[in-house]
Design a protein around this ligand. Structure first.
Ligand code: AMP
Ligand code: TRP
Length: 334
């Protein structure tokens, strides 16, 4: 059984990094996998609770973004994490197994907790444990994510192995990260050294799936570049992070390789290249944003998709959780 699980935090606008880095891979995998679970991880979004005033509406927006990107509710199980409480039960069981040293080593925790570790919440440290529970609750085999989540997927593999060894049962197989394509780590448009992210205060740092054509054009025009002309091979991009990022975006949207793109624009400055990127965004991203807007007007329809998704997910989760409870020795409830 090949089963995909992928999760997305509902923390405001969905951006190009989410789409090209992960959502699109779920769309591709939908055709070749037996089961596809795509989840709005609203409980994960709670680690930034104070910034998240619109958790419920952002959850609907994320579900709309999945569907607008090509996730088919008939082929895939689309649901909200908090609608399947068993994620939390499994997360607790894993919490009782996970060595603190593993969590302290997580780069995302180190970055987010920064120098304020003593005041960071427990949820931030436990974040990868809940993520492991998300995936292993369904015995998922494939996990499409961006490059930044690689370490978290490694931790869930380690945890699956630790569980199996501790309870002498081969309950969990090791899920594979799916980190493929030219855009596994899209960088900020303002700074080639930091990741495109929702938390960047400048909206000009990212392309949102809901940006209109003018906004897309302005953001690309203003995107930081250097003063050299484009090189004739991708190798020439190695020390030019901003140019490399734009070429990766172009490659992901056009299906061309970085070398083909460099050959096409070699020796030119960035203006025609940027115009072409804008056109690609207008062709590929604008219709997704328009579809999200349309779906959001049908809130009840989205809610019913999430309801059906949660029913299907709960069924699977219940079945697996019974095996886990038995393995860890809990008394069976009558
Ligand atoms: P998040 O919005 O942090 O919940 O991320 C959801 C998914 O999008 C995860 O698989 C991330 O790895 C992926 N992702 C987020 N930002 C980027 C980015 N800048 N480039 C590529 N993938 C990303
Ligand atoms: N941790 C992921 C992120 O920050 C989101 C996530 C939560 C996830 N649970 C998941 C991704 C399970 C893949 C599988 O982007």
């Amino acid at each position: 059984m090949k089963r995909v699980f992928s999760g997305y935090r509902p923390t405001g606008d969905v951006h190009l990094g989410n789409y090209l880095g992960a959502i699109r891979n779920c769309v591709f995998l939908q055709k070749e996998m037996d089961e596809n679970l795509i989840c709005v991880v609203d409980l994960h979004a709670m680690t930034t609770l104070s910034d998240n005033k619109n958790l419920a509406s952002d959850t609907l927006m994320m579900a709309a973004a999945f569907i607008a990107s090509g996730i088919d509710p008939n082929r895939s199980i689309i649901f909200a994490q908090s609608h399947v409480p068993l994620h939390l039960e499994l997360s607790w069981i894993f919490s009782c197994l996970t060595p603190l040293g593993w969590l302290n080593r997580m780069t995302q925790f180190k970055e987010k907790a920064d120098k304020n570790r003593e005041n960071s919440c427990l949820g931030l440290l436990a974040y990868p444990v809940l993520m492991a529970a998300d995936v292993l609750l369904y015995k998922a085999t494939h996990v499409p994510v961006g490059e930044d989540q690689k370490q978290h997927v490694e931790l869930m593999r380690d945890l699956a192995g630790l569980f199996n060894r501790t309870f002498s049962k081969d309950l969990f197989s090791l899920p594979e990260p799916v980190i493929t394509g030219p855009a596994t780590r899209i960088m900020s448009l303002r700074d080639g050294a930091s990741k495109m992210s929702k938390s960047d205060i400048s909206d000009y740092s990212r392309i949102n799936l809901m940006d209109d054509a003018d906004t897309l054009a302005i953001k690309i025009r203003k995107a930081k570049t250097d003063t050299d002309p484009l090189p004739d091979t991708a190798k020439g991009l190695e020390t030019r992070p901003e140019a490399r990022n734009l070429v990766s975006i172009y490659a992901a949207l056009s299906g061309q390789t970085a070398d083909q793109i460099c050959q096409k624009f070699a020796g030119n400055n960035f203006s025609t290249f940027k115009e072409d990127i804008t056109n690609l965004l207008i062709e590929h991203i604008l219709p997704i944003g328009q579809e999200i807007q349309r779906l959001l007007k049908e809130g009840k329809h989205l809610e019913s998709i999430l309801k059906t998704g949660a029913e299907r997910a709960n069924l699977l989760a219940n079945k697996h959780m019974n095996d886990v409870r038995e393995a860890v020795g809990l008394l069976k409830a009558l």
